[in-house]
Design a protein around this ligand. Structure first.
Ligand SMILES: [Zn+2]
Length: 404
């Protein structure tokens, strides 16, 4: 079976995770796909495949004879999707011999445009897979699952020698809690790759350092007609705080390795205001400097408006996995070689976000991220190609061969 055929089977099983869910997994529907995947692993000869009570699917494929001492590699993809655009049934649409131009998505009124997705002309001639425009497609990350499954099938059918291989399909990646319950020891790999990137041949091992920064501002409210030199308007103090941050260091104004402050939410009246930011930077020193800037603003504002006016709370979120992967760069070198062996040029790109792999890296399982061939994630414009998924699968096979 080809990878895209598996994808078409998986995407119709809807698996949105639930940000408000308090259980693990956050939504029950993820078990439906997990059970299906465990059965499929068993049918491919992965005898110990199972779903645990937290909805993680694990399986280990023993090394072929003579390769027992090879590096134990792992492959991971997530089963959940975002919870937006999943109200209707998911109906994949296949466009053969795609012309590389703007493509209306079903009768949804939405159009996949070259303006929004400039890589589209490069997909000309391929078989494009989209949704009908009313829902996500679910390529993120069911393409990764499909490619891992197809790799297992091909290793068996083509009798490709390999070391021990661990696979895991995980819940709740989209809400950032999935890797917390990942059992690294049970997984049993020395190193792993997540398949959760975009285009095929993408290799990612540098993600952001990340924290949240919350300002709480307490004003002093008096009658506006008689408040000369007494009123402290919390909302105005909030605006003053934001104006002290460099205006270009926002998500809109930055790319590649440039960090930012992102105001995600604000509320305010005279007596009380809040500013909620997320702060991101690949460079650990710059990241620390950003936090110090925020602390300095807190100090300055309190000196100006009175102690206790401004309270800043910084909560750490995740760190750049490059810190860990830099000590085992064979993961990146071999991934590049695998791309070349599969006939595509590797593309090493920084991640402007985090992945499950970055948390796993800091828990002892170094875990860079590979592309699946998909694009336009987290909305009705998600798409992939049959050819891109085939290449991504070939890269996995080449990687396994290199480590055997
Ligand atoms: Zn994903």
């Amino acid at each position: 079976m080809k990878s895209y055929e598996r994808l078409l089977k998986y995407v119709v099983v809807k698996t949105p995770s639930d940000e408000k869910g308090e259980t693990v997994p956050s939504s029950k529907c993820q078990f439906t796909l997990a059970d299906m995947l465990a059965e499929e692993l068993k049918s491919l000869g992965v005898e110990n495949a199972h779903v645990d009570d937290k909805c993680f699917v694990y399986g280990i494929i023993p090394a072929t004879p003579g390769h027992e001492n090879a590096t134990k590699l792992g492959f991971i993809a997530h089963m959940d999707t975002v919870s937006d655009f999943v109200d209707q049934e998911i109906r994949p649409v296949i466009t053969e011999n795609y012309n590389g131009e703007d493509l209306p998505l079903g009768d949804s009124g939405r159009v996949l445009t070259v303006k929004d997705f400039p890589h589209l002309p490069a997909l000309k001639g391929r078989t494009l897979i989209t949704s009908d425009g009313n829902t996500i497609l679910g390529v993120d990350d069911k393409a990764g699952i499909a490619e891992i499954m197809t790799m297992i099938e091909r290793l068996r059918d083509e009798k490709i020698p390999h070391g021990q291989i661990s696979v895991a399909f995980t819940p709740d990646e989209e809400i950032g809690t999935g890797s917390h319950s990942f059992d690294v020891e049970h997984f049993g790999a020395d190193f792993a790759y997540t398949l959760d990137g975009d285009g095929e041949a993408e290799i990612q091992f540098e993600n952001f350092n990340a924290c949240k920064a919350d300002f709480e501002i307490t004003g002093f409210s008096v009658h506006p007609g008689s408040s000369k030199d007494t009123m402290i308007n919390a909302s105005l103090v909030a605006m003053e705080i934001n104006s002290m941050l460099p205006g270009c260091e926002t998500p809109r104004g930055t790319e590649n390795y440039e960090g930012f402050y992102h105001l995600t939410n604000m509320t305010g009246d005279v007596s009380h205001a809040e500013l909620h930011y997320i702060v991101r930077d690949h460079d650990a020193n710059f990241f620390e400097a950003r936090k110090r800037t925020l602390q300095l603003i807190e100090k300055d504002m309190n000196e100006k408006w009175g102690e206790g006016t401004v309270k800043l709370t910084i909560s750490e979120q995740y760190r750049n996995m490059a810190e860990i992967v830099n000590t085992c760069m064979h993961l990146i070198d071999n991934a590049k070689k695998a791309c070349e062996n599969a006939g595509v040029a590797p593309l090493v790109l920084p991640i402007r976000g985090g992945t499950d792999g970055c948390q796993l890296s800091f828990r002892g399982l170094p875990c860079p991220n590979l592309g699946t061939g998909g694009h336009g994630y987290h909305g009705p414009y998600e798409h992939t190609t049959v050819e891109g998924m085939d290449i991504a699968t070939n890269i996995l096979i080449e990687l396994v061969k290199l480590y055997a």
